[in-house]
Design a protein around this ligand. Sequence first.
Ligand SMILES: Cc1cc2nc3c(=O)[nH]c(=O)nc-3n(C[C@H](O)[C@H](O)[C@H](O)COP(=O)(O)OP(=O)(O)OC[C@H]3O[C@@H](n4cnc5c(N)ncnc54)[C@H](O)[C@@H]3O)c2cc1C
Ligand code: SF4
Length: 338
Amino acid sequence: MLRLPRFKYLRPKTAREAARMAADLGPRAMFVAGGTDLFPKLKRRQFDVETLIGLDFLPREIRNGSNECTVGAGVTLAIASTDAHLNKTFSGYAQAAGLVSSPPLRNAGTVGGNLCVDTRCNYYDMTYEWRKAAGFCMKKDGDICLVAPSSSRCWAVSSSDTAPMAIALDGVVTLIGPDGERELPVSALYRDDGIEYMAKQPSEVVTSVRLSAGRNTRTAYVKLRRRGSIDFPIAGAAVAVQLDGDDVVACRIVLSAVASHPLEATAAEVFLKGKRVSADTIRETADIAAKPAKPLDNADLSHFWRKRMVRVVVEQALAEATTRTAGSTVKLLGRNPD
Ligand SMILES: Cc1cc2nc3c(=O)[nH]c(=O)nc-3n(C[C@H](O)[C@H](O)[C@H](O)COP(=O)(O)OP(=O)(O)OC[C@H]3O[C@@H](n4cnc5c(N)ncnc54)[C@H](O)[C@@H]3O)c2cc1C
Ligand code: SF4
């Protein structure tokens, strides 16, 4: 049985206090929200920390406007996935939250933790003993990449389900740091780097995410994974399409699990904007969207097959978003279209 290492647990009362603690303690401390990602990783010794800073003060409310919604970072994925307003107005977001891991983990895992969740790789998400035997890599304890040995960077995969959907919904996070508060678009929250994957300061706490959508915007999230009951995405598509009748006024298409950050398919967005929705347009858009996705051999199943499936998940997400009647409740089913 894997055991947690010893650590000190601090319990700040506010985000500012937590941020100050993190700034003082530096890299030997980490925030913990639901702990659903952090605790298994601590057991596998993927982080060396002496102190965990608890975030149980984070807001757990969902505030609704007509075309806007602010979700507190402490809201659990289970609550986000079943919230009536999210299901009605931002159904793709509720759908993405409901497809994260499994019911017990969604009861503890938070919206903020999902935005900040570590990148993944088959050579890194292993026990200490496995990694020692295989040879450590540069993400932890080593100095080379075992997936791409000639590469100077880490290609671990961004595996958050809700981050791509938050980007598609023009999401903006509130960050509280030791010296103040700021807002940042979720699209600017990530870097294309498997190790330093977040663009925020390590001491900044995510306290909420604000989603917005223009009138008559339809959304959908389609996720590919081996087991519909628990696994991380190995490809996914988050789409938000604003319609005027059958014409596309605006659209966002963001891919999960095919790069070290959520990957926006901008060429496909440009192609679809102004077009009339049809099976042919959707197919052509999906072909264009899949082009920038370059999965490597460091996640579940064959990366050649995952690359081919990107087109499929985009096509399914666009079809689902554009044919769903406004306000319908999404069935929270995992899909594995293989
Ligand atoms: C078996 C298994 C399957 C999983 N499947 C999926 C999946 O399908 N999709 C998916 O997206 N995730 C999956 N996860 C990962 C995890 O359960 C979720 O991402 C969850 O939302 C993480 O939230 P948390 O509150 O538990 O975060 P924690 O584990 O507490 O923290 C995760 C990271 O975020 C940081 N952090 C947390 N909250 C904040 C905050 N408010 N501000 C700043 N930093 C913060 C922590 O320091 C840590 O680095 C899975 C995990 C397991 C163990
Ligand atoms: S992509 Fe390379 S460096 Fe990054 S975790 Fe995997 S093996 Fe390690």
